[in-house]
Design a protein around this ligand. Structure first.
Ligand code: GDP
Ligand code: IMO
Ligand code: MG
Length: 428
């Protein structure tokens, strides 16, 4: 069978965790293909709220296999905490989770290097989550990193030590104060813990499942505008968050991919630095943040908020070939008289465009807005699209017309149940 992909079309935090959890029962397997504990994916059901960082969001469904693919960078310390928190909720992680032996390991020194590089950037900081993501991918590309499979080798400690020495020479060069001893104790205990899990070649696992007529949902982390190649570089993360990352991060062929679900909020948010053309620094932005509870699931930082940005969304749809769209957090707009949508950018030379410029940060961009009427009512208890207020239907219709891709889900609250499917979602 085939692989369907769920990926973020904005700057992350679109609600990927919620939707993967909602769709998971339609699949045999859920697989994360990139990123690491910089992600924070929130799930809510039966009155509980759970945030996952590295473990796929299918983990609460006991009959589904969950895979951490080779494209992920894994922090064993955070992994252990995540598993223990899930065990406390009665989730059997061990039997349903498969970790790629090719996934690269995040060491304590990767986190220190992240902080050190950020500090050295002065006022050009990326606003990294400081989870060691960039330095770990850097080692992977430099061909010096260590992988999960290496923890099973007898010389793991000595290989660990020689990489750490390289890291320390950089930290010393920057005169970055660090104390590793305590962190290393916890790290090695967590490595021992990780050894008990299914560590395997997940490319075979996934491809054998596909050959056995099973379906796979690939779960993205971050969002397309944080993609290392196509995002707002350098204010991006260090992996391919877009569709291409699915093939390289799981070991599957492009011809295996069927549906590409692109997920976006009914407005925009961004956490960390970097360009954000529709950002609202006024009370409207503050209202979006307050009503949408826009605070980072990983770092707790307030998220920057603004109106929906169609040029950026069209670009993300284009590079990913999104076949269906899911619109999240519609309920956050319940109490707005008017809702604005940016349709074009006016550039500093007077040109008007609906394309994303190469280097947004040096461009003076003025968003050109289209205004729609708000619905000014709560959506609580609504169960189908027919019950939606007229203005919300108009908003969805307008976006479909602009984006030329159907919007299959409108989400009206954080809970699993607060999910309006406009039609049956077609799956691979
Ligand atoms: P992810 O990283 O894409 O999984 O998204 P996050 O979990 O970081 O952020 C999304 C936040 O919005 C979480 O707190 C979710 O519980 C919440 N959320 C998801 N869908 C909705 C929705 O439709 N309405 C509201 N109000 N909150 C939602
Ligand atoms: P999920 O999967 C939102 C942002 C950081 C920073 C930049 C680089 O929950 O959507 P990094 O730690 O990768 O060096 O940070 O990317 N960022 C995210 N923003 N959601 C995320 O993940 C993010 N992961 C990283 O804030 O600006
Ligand atoms: Mg998140």
């Amino acid at each position: 069978m085939s692989v369907d992909v769920l990926l973020g079309l904005q700057w992350g935090d679109e609600g990927k965790g919620k939707i993967v959890d909602v769709l998971a029962p339609q699949y045999h397997m859920v697989a994360r293909f990139q990123g690491g504990p910089n992600a924070g994916h929130t799930l809510e059901f039966d009155g509980i709220k759970h945030v996952l960082h590295q473990i796929p969001s299918g983990i609460f469904r006991s009959d589904i296999k969950n895979v951490i693919g080779n494209g992920v960078v894994l922090d064993p310390v955070i992994f252990r905490k995540e598993v223990e928190a899930l065990n406390q909720r009665g989730v059997d992680v061990k039997s349903n989770l498969f970790v790629s032996n090719r996934a690269h390991l995040i060491f304590p020194t990767h986190g220190l290097l992240d902080a050190c590089y950020e500090q050295s950037k002065g006022n050009q900081k990326i606003g990294s989550t400081l989870k060691g993501i960039g330095p770990t991918y850097q080692d992977k590309i430099a061909r010096v990193g260590l992988r999960v499979g290496d923890i099973l080798a007898t010389d793991f400690k000595s290989r660990y030590r020689s990489l750490v020495e390289r890291h320390q020479s950089v930290l010393n060069f920057y005169e970055f104060p660090h104390d590793l001893e305590e962190k290393e104790d916890v790290f090695f205990q967590s490595i021992d813990y990780l050894r008990q899990f299914h560590i395997t070649d997940t490319a075979y696992l996934v491809n054998h499942a596909l050959s056995d007529n099973q379906t796979v949902l690939a779960e993205g982390a971050q969002g397309s505008l944080l993609d290392i190649d196509f995002g707002s570089y350098p204010f991006v993360t260090s992996s391919n968050t877009m569709i291409a990352g699915v093939c390289s991060g799981l070991g599957i062929a492009p011809s295996r991919i069927k549906e590409v679900y692109g997920i976006f909020k009914a407005y925009c948010t961004r956490v960390g630095s970097g360009p954000f053309p529709t950002e609202l620094l006024d009370e409207t932005g503050e209202k979006l943040r307050k009503v949408g509870q826009e605070y980072g699931a990983t770092t707790g930082r307030p998220r920057r908020c603004g109106w929906l940005d169609l040029p950026a969304l069209k670009y993300a749809i284009m590079i990913n070939g999104a076949t269906q769209l899911f619109m999240m957090k519609a309920d956050v707009l319940n109490d707005f008289e008017d809702i604005k949508v940016c349709t074009h950018y006016k550039l500093s030379n007077g040109d008007i465009t609906d394309e994303l410029p190469y280097d947004i940060k040096r461009q003076e961009i003025e968003p050109v807005y289209h205004t729609l009427s708000g619905w000014k009512q709560a959506l609580d208890g609504m169960e189908n699209f027919g019950q939606m207020p007229h203005e919300l239907v108009q908003y969805v219709n307008y976006l479909e017309e602009q984006l030329q891709v159907p919007i299959g889900i409108v989400s009206i609250g954080p809970d699993r149940e607060q999910t309006i499917k406009r039609a049956e979602i077609s799956t691979g």
